[in-house]
Design a protein around this ligand. Structure first.
Ligand SMILES: [Zn+2]
Length: 346
């Protein structure tokens, strides 16, 4: 029987007697029955659960207690609202990769150089020392490799980055898919298209090639590594990976948040809601700590000015007294008795 979540778009495959009323990914009750479609690829492999529900619960309780200071205070007292084991669809990608690369390789060598300095008596002396220098040379070449075991998510309900956060899975325990393996569990049909998953997988493959190339560059150092890869013989095989999906309720007024656990290794990933009040207070505290020395210095500088300010009033009182200026009218009168230039010409 197939069910579809109207909230996150997950497409769930359950047994007829196992009617799940809520979506295992988003805890939404908006799950509707959907007719099975034939355009979906059939699964190739399954990785079974090797951790128990109880161990997943214990791991999450420990994880909640270790969250950073900046999460909402209620998170540490959060309770597990729901825990569900889900077989989540993922694709296993492999390809032949032909890579052309170029880089500047640095080779270190040591050289003895002479230099002039002054000794403790002030005399100019010539001494020698050993220095390390780097010689750069251009290197380019081709590298062929078979990229395999690139795992990307095929469910719209889980982000590829979330899956990456709890990888790796132990692919040695991979079994051929049979419906019996999924019996009793909820499994999701792939909800992402193959082209979308190819794009995710190629990006991961190229990142991996870049890391590998950087790792086997010769010399003591390198820089300016560039590479261009052609991928051939690509395959994409549908695989079910085991995930414990937990809904954590930390505040009755807020929706629960989600935590994912690798059903094989117990690796955990989740984003506990942050407390913006705490973050803003911490930022203010940091600003205060940075600003404190300047504020104190400014306060010290202002003190003498204030003392001068106190001394100023007597000066203001005595200033007008010693120099009384003559009244303007006294100056006008002598000028007025002189003949004006216009009056003289007349
Ligand atoms: Zn959902």
């Amino acid at each position: 029987m197939q069910l579809e979540c109207e909230t996150c778009g997950a497409s769930l495959r359950v047994e007829a007697d196992q009617r799940t009323a809520v979506c295992p990914y988003c805890a939404s009750p908006a799950v509707v029955e959907r007719a099975p479609s034939n355009d979906r690829p059939s699964p190739h492999f399954v990785l079974g659960f090797t951790t128990t529900r109880e161990s997943a619960q214990g791991a999450v309780t420990a994880w909640l207690g270790k969250r950073s200071l900046f999460v909402q205070s209620s998170v540490k007292r959060g309770t597990i609202d729901a825990i569900r084991g889900v077989y989540t669809p993922a694709y296993l990608y492999s390809a032949m990769a032909q890579t052309r690369y170029a880089a500047q390789i640095g080779e270190d060598y040591q050289e003895t150089e002479t230099y002039t300095t002054t000794d403790d008596k002030g005399n100019s002396v010539t001494r020698t020392r050993v220095v390390t220098r780097t010689e750069h040379r251009h290197l380019e070449g081709q590298h062929a490799t078979y990229v395999m075991d690139v795992l990307v998510v095929a469910s719209r309900a889980v982000q590829n980055a979330e899956l990456e956060a709890i990888e790796p899975f132990d692919l040695r325990t991979m079994r051929r898919y049979t419906p019996a393996v999924l019996s009793g569990w909820v499994a999701e049909e792939p909800t992402m298209t193959q082209p979308e998953c190819y794009a995710l997988a190629r990006r991961e493959a190229l990142e991996k090639i870049g890391r590998d190339l950087a790792g086997f560059m010769p010399g003591d150092s390198h820089h300016g590594l560039t590479h261009e890869t052609r991928l051939d013989q690509e395959t994409l095989e549908l695989l079910y990976v085991p995930l414990w999906v937990l809904a954590i309720r930390h505040d009755p007024r807020e929706p629960p948040f989600r935590v994912l656990i690798n059903g094989q290794t117990g690796a955990i990933h989740g984003k506990a809601p942050l407390s913006w009040v705490k973050i803003v207070l911490a930022v203010l505290l940091v600003i205060l700590l940075i600003a404190a020395p300047f504020v104190l210095a400014a306060a010290r500088d202002r003190d003498p000015a204030e003392r001068r300010g106190v001394a100023r009033p007597p000066a203001l009182v005595t200033a007008p007294a010693p120099a009384p200026t003559p009244a303007p009218t006294e100056r006008v009168r002598p000028g007025g008795s002189r003949p004006t230039p216009t009056g003289g010409t007349r």
